[in-house]
Design a protein around this ligand. Structure first.
Ligand code: GCB
Length: 593
């Protein structure tokens, strides 16, 4: 799915800023047809942002169900004869959209874009009312799953993942044009052979068939390096400048659609990084060279805006990664805003892209929601959930397939992976992901109690991604035992599978400013000791090809006795102040560069 862009044949206008906003406390908006007139009340909310922390009101913070956004939009009069599209980069977790009185789109899933073609409904030059209802409810059939408990005080949302259920319009909303006959999708994959690079492309067009596709590839200086014609083909680049970690070199692919008289019907420009990714035994190769991941599991999370995308936080976070010498992160636990992946492409940061399938695990349900259930059953995670999950995998791959920064697809975080039911659940999802993208390795982040002895799904995947908390949830304050147990487990994995291991989570909650002489959990010193212990072990186990600490920064969660105003495993606080471990990582990672 192509991101909206200004090109010689296309225009896009962001609809960000303040929208009218109403919380549908009584759940009457859909039956009362709130889209037909101005929303009730006087509230306004910024887009992009989560709505939960905007108002000093627990009823908004903990609302379960629908909220409404509305904006009156003038369609530029010069847009006559154009195809006009309304696009939401995300609506968490599902939405229905109306243009004036007409429903134009509905979408399930909170972290991928969706669109409505408004061409036949809008009058260029006129004003139109855009209304969106966004529902934050998590059910057994949503990704991520959850359930709503009816209590005497109203509904309470329960879920099995460890981050606050922020909701709303977290990313940009766009009104954009394309020509009626237009380029609808582009897929590129790249190869390297010595100093020659190849870009294989596939271009999907919609509309009049009497058009020809032309493709030109330019280097970063704008010099043409290859061209081709036809909807599929290859572009060969001699003396190629590969996309490399730490140096995000990009070519520009310009795809043109030309009519019979050579007139330009449509143009789309796509940044392309020429690189390869492969797994060979227990090595992870980028451009044929062993790659070692350093960095973090992150969250889209900041004060006041919650999960709303923010360019300032994005640039700052990337700058902090660079300051540390980190080369990668995982989009735990959902696909991030496209701006983030584009930035990673340009700056050579390596990304593990993850779906929002987090919490498909009864053991976590018991810990985080005090709920007793079987993970996979007709009444819990079932065939309908699997279909929503399949769709989530597909939408992530369709959106992010052209980003050179993305080198692994993670199709879930810490699901149950020790039962026959889990294997039947994951097998078709893995097949589907491989069909959609045979070029990238697959993984999932494996839960601590799934060990080499009881795991039944890791053989389906290319990379072992382990989340482990020795020294915290196990062996707390006994780092000697933690070190023995961690090393023993890693070696057991290497005996079972000849695959690369990335430690996708490890760490310890840490309150900034808390210091003791005797090693004590929650102190800055203890976090540094835990990380140092892991690093000693990683340096002894050859199959370990990556270390991604949990977490880059402290983040908001649902209340819990183990959570002090959120999860404090950040190397930075939520405001991005460094804890002691930041300097320790900086010296380790800068040296490894
Ligand atoms: C995990 C989860 C992550 C949690 C983390 C923790 O295993 O994947 O979402 O936040 O543990 O801190 O408990």
């Amino acid at each position: 799915m192509l991101r909206p862009r200004d090109t010689p044949t296309r225009e896009c206008t962001p609809l960000n800023g303040l929208w009218r906003f109403a919380v549908d406390t009584d759940g009457v908006g859909r039956t009362d047809g709130w889209w037909r007139r101005a929303l009730p009340g006087r509230r306004e909310a910024p887009v992009p942002a989560s709505y939960n922390d905007l108002f000093p009101d627990p009823a908004v913070h903990d609302h379960v169900g629908d909220v409404w956004y509305q904006k009156v939009v003038r369609v530029p009069s010069r847009w006559e004869d154009r195809r006009i599209v309304l696009r939401f980069d995300s609506a968490t977790h599902r939405a229905v959209v109306w243009l004036d009185d007409t429903e134009v789109a509905a979408h399930e899933g909170g972290y991928t874009p969706f669109e409505a073609d408004l061409t036949d409904l809008v009058e260029p030059g006129a004003e139109h009312r855009v209304t969106v209802v966004v529902d934050n409810t998590l059910t057994w059939q949503s990704i991520p799953p959850g359930y709503v408990e009816q209590t005497p005080d109203g509904p309470r949302q329960r879920y099995f993942h460890d981050f606050f259920n922020y909701a709303g319009l977290h990313r940009s909303v766009w009104l954009y044009t394309t020509p009626r006959t237009h380029i609808d999708d582009i897929t590129v994959t790249t190869r390297l052979a010595g100093s020659t690079g190849t870009v294989d492309y596939r271009i999907h067009t919609v509309g009049d068939e009497e058009h020809e596709v032309r493709v030109v590839l330019r280097d970063a200086d704008g010099t043409e390096v290859a061209q081709a014609a036809g909807p599929t083909g290859e572009l060969t680049v001699e003396d190629v400048h590969p996309w490399r970690p730490g140096e995000g070199y990009l070519y520009q692919l310009r795809a043109e659609l030309r009519g019979v008289g050579e007139e330009l019907a449509d143009v789309y420009e796509l940044p392309v990084g020429v690189r390869t990714v492969a797994v060979e035994g227990s090595r992870f190769l980028i451009n044929g060279e062993p790659f070692y991941f350093t960095g973090f599991g992150k969250h889209e999370d900041s004060p006041v805006r919650g999960k709303g995308h923010d360019d300032a936080f994005m640039v700052h976070d990337f700058a902090l990664l660079e300051w540390l010498g980190a080369n990668s992160f995982r989009t735990s636990h959902y696909p991030y805003a496209e701006e983030v992946l584009e930035y990673a492409d340009r700056h050579g940061i390596v990304v593990i892209g993850e779906t929002a399938a987090v919490g498909l695990n009864a053991e976590l349900g018991a810990t985080l929601a005090g709920a007793v259930f079987s993970t996979f059953s007709d009444d819990t995670v079932n065939a309908a959930t699997q279909e929503v999950h399949r769709q989530a995998v597909q939408e992530m791959i369709e959106r992010d397939k052209n980003h050179p920064s993305v080198v692994i697809w993670s199709i879930a975080n810490e699901p149950e992976s020790t039962t026959a039911a889990s294997r039947s659940y994951f097998e078709p999802l893995v097949d589907h992901a491989r069909r959609l993208d045979p070029s990238r390795p697959l993984g999932f982040a494996n839960f601590m109690s799934a060990t080499p002895d009881n795991d039944v799904v890791c053989d389906l995947f290319d990379v072992l991604m382990l989340n482990r908390y020795y020294g915290w949830y196990k062996d707390l304050a006994d780092l000697a035992a933690a070190e023995r147990h961690l090393e023993a487990e890693l070696l057991a994995w290497t005996r079972k599978h000849d695959k690369p291991i990335i430690m996708t989570e490890y760490g310890a909650d840490t309150i900034i400013g808390l210091r003791t002489i005797v090693p004590t959990p929650w102190t800055e010193g203890y976090q540094a000791d835990v990380l140092a212990m892991y690093h000693r072990v990683f340096d002894r186990v050859e199959a370990v090809v990556g270390e991604q600490i949990w977490n880059f920064a402290d983040f908001a969660t649902a209340p819990g006795v183990l959570r002090v105003d959120g999860n404090k495993k950040g190397v930075f606080t939520r405001e991005r102040r460094p804890k002691t471990s930041a300097w320790q990582l900086r010296s380790r990672w800068q040296e490894q560069r």
